[in-house]
Design a protein around this ligand. Structure first.
Ligand SMILES: Nc1ncnc2c1ncn2[C@@H]1O[C@H](COP(=O)(O)OP(=O)(O)OP(=O)(O)O)[C@@H](O)[C@H]1O
Ligand SMILES: [Mg+2]
Length: 207
């Protein structure tokens, strides 16, 4: 089980990791986009970090809702509204629980993905964050169905997300600015898939 306190610790670590990988994410976006993904994410999660102290003791849905609203309002570009929607949908899925297990996490991830698909009108295979998140969800579901524990399921999820990031190198972008490059987007990994994978890795390390 993961409680509200742990969720706040995980969000703090996600922010730290994003600050550390800001340059890398921006470099990736420089090649196929407009070079702001790291900057956008770092700015958004710095604002999230500022909100976390006031969220101590709140239920997990309330915490995730605050994250989503902060990302929507502080991150420019496509990724702010997309990640913001993801956290808001995850928040609604978790509701007022103060402890969650692997099944709750899977339900929250599924809701988050649904939110991104709806907001971004995107599907798997379009070289976006979904190409890390959907394989991760499927791997976690499979692992959970085999009665593996939360931590093992997350490890499988991360492995699938890493493969998903690699897969984005082989496909053409059909969403966002990267789509302007057409075939020239092949060979380059997607920044959003990379940041999604980074978040899952932090969660997996801390559970
Ligand atoms: N319609 C979409 N659906 C899902 N993910 C998307 C979509 N459009 C862009 N993305 C993701 O957002 C990432 C780019 O985020 P960034 O913070 O750089 O915003 P941006 O510069 O406004 O994006 P873009 O130029 O791609 O619209 C991409 O790498 C991709 O993973
Ligand atoms: Mg960009």
């Amino acid at each position: 089980m993961t409680d509200s306190k742990k969720v706040i610790e995980i969000l703090t670590q996600i922010s730290e990791q994003i600050q550390m990988e800001k340059e890398f994410l921006t470099e990736l976006d420089n090649v196929i986009g407009d070079g702001d993904h790291g900057i956008n994410m770092a700015r958004g999660f710095k604002e999230v970090e500022k909100k976390l102290p006031d969220l101590t003791g709140k239920d997990i849905g309330t915490i995730l809702k605050a994250v989503g609203m902060t990302l929507v309002s502080t991150v420019g570009g496509a990724s702010g509204p997309l990640y913001g929607t993801a956290f808001l949908k995850a928040s609604a899925a978790v509701g007022n629980k103060t402890e969650i297990d692997g099944g709750d996490f899977i339900a929250a991830l599924e809701a988050a993905i649904g939110g991104i698909e709806m907001r971004g009108k995107a599907h798997e295979g379009e070289k976006t964050m979904l190409d890390a998140l959907i394989p991760a969800l499927n791997a976690m579901k499979k692992s959970y169905a085999e009665n593996k524990d939360f931590k093992s399921a997350l490890a499988q999820g991360v492995a699938a997300a890493e493969q998903g990031v690699e897969y984005t190198k082989t496909i053409i972008a059909t969403k966002g600015r990267a789509s302007y490059l057409g075939e020239r987007s092949i060979g380059h990994q997607d920044p959003g898939a990379t940041s999604s994978c980074l978040m899952l890795k932090v969660i997996s390390r801390m559970i």
